[in-house]
Write a protein that binds this ligand. Structure first.
Ligand code: PAF
Length: 278
């Protein structure tokens, strides 16, 4: 397995491979890899001659320093998991200086309202940080195709709005048997909290099954009460919004596609999830 800490070495290697006619697939991550990431990597390996994964915990997208400092970080274990897919994957594991130079920065963007609700509302400047680092990474790797999970659906739509010429593929959220969406943050949950957290997906499927049986406002109230009835859970938001503009709605227009988006603190750990409704 080839690990690159310096971008110029990765760029050189990719230039060599591209001259041989290789197409490049890319999976940007912050490490703490799980089956969700591995499914993106499997897709990339299947469809591209060369696959690059970046492992970089991007400080500029965290709103809280505790969240950043407690984010799981284990490159050795990540590489072990990557090897189970392919020894050929190129791993890019830079430090902050390699990405940002001497001074960390975030660019300003007009996301045309895609960042107004949900994560954009509750995590200050989160998407500026994400877009900045994704643009930097895409400029280094210059992939033909880049893969993102739909668990971060708002992130996926925001990255698509950057209008890069790169093929951007959104991939289905991977879940535990209980329905809990796979996330690096699940590592912080006890077995008991994990069990309680599986109610997040149960409630999302309840919304999907009942979207035409109740008024949206009533459905939101029912599910909010159900979530908050667990001592360990605290709902941050539950929003039904259209997939294209990500604007919350109180009624379904049959011509559009909608998703329910949720954020819940489970024993203090913030988990997000979403489900396609129609
Ligand atoms: O989804 C993530 O893991 C991160 O937001 C990303 C896209 C790697 C940017 O740091």
């Amino acid at each position: 397995m080839k690990i690159f800490h310096q971008k110029f070495k990765l760029i050189e290697q990719l230039e060599r491979l591209r001259k041989l006619g290789s197409d490049v697939g890319f999976v940007p991550t912050m490490g703490a890899l799980h089956e969700g990431h591995l499914s993106l990597l499997k897709k990339s390996c299947l469809n591209n001659k060369v696959t690059v994964v970046s492992i970089f915990i991007n400080p500029t997208q965290f709103s809280s320093s505790t969240d950043l400092s407690t984010y799981p970080n284990n490159l050795k274990e990540d590489c072990r998991l990557l090897k189970t897919i392919s020894d050929e994957i190129l791993v890019f594991a830079p430090d902050s200086k390699e990405i940002y130079g001497d001074k960390m920065y975030v660019k300003s963007y007009d996301f045309k309202g895609l960042d107004k609700f949900m994560e954009g509302e509750f995590r200050n400047n989160h998407f500026e940080g994400v877009a900045t680092v994704v643009e930097i990474l895409l400029n280094i790797v210059k992939p033909d195709t880049v893969y993102f999970g739909e668990k971060d659906f708002q992130q996926l739509q925001i990255i698509k709005s950057l209008k890069t010429k790169i093929n951007i593929i959104g991939c289905k959220t991977q879940r535990e048997k209980s329905g809990l969406a796979l996330s690096s943050r699940n590592n912080k949950l006890s077995l008991k909290s994990k069990k309680v957290a599986s109610n997040i997906f149960k409630n999302l499927t309840f919304i999907k099954s009942n979207i035409f049986n109740y008024k949206i406002e009533d459905l939101r109230n029912i599910v909010s009460d159900k979530i908050n009835s667990f001592d360990q859970m605290n709902l941050e938001y539950l929003i039904i919004a259209d997939e294209d503009k990500l604007v919350p709605t109180d009624s379904i227009n049959y011509k559009k596609k909608y998703r329910a988006f949720i954020s819940v603190f489970v024993d203090g750990i913030r988990l997000i999830d979403n489900i396609a409704l129609n």
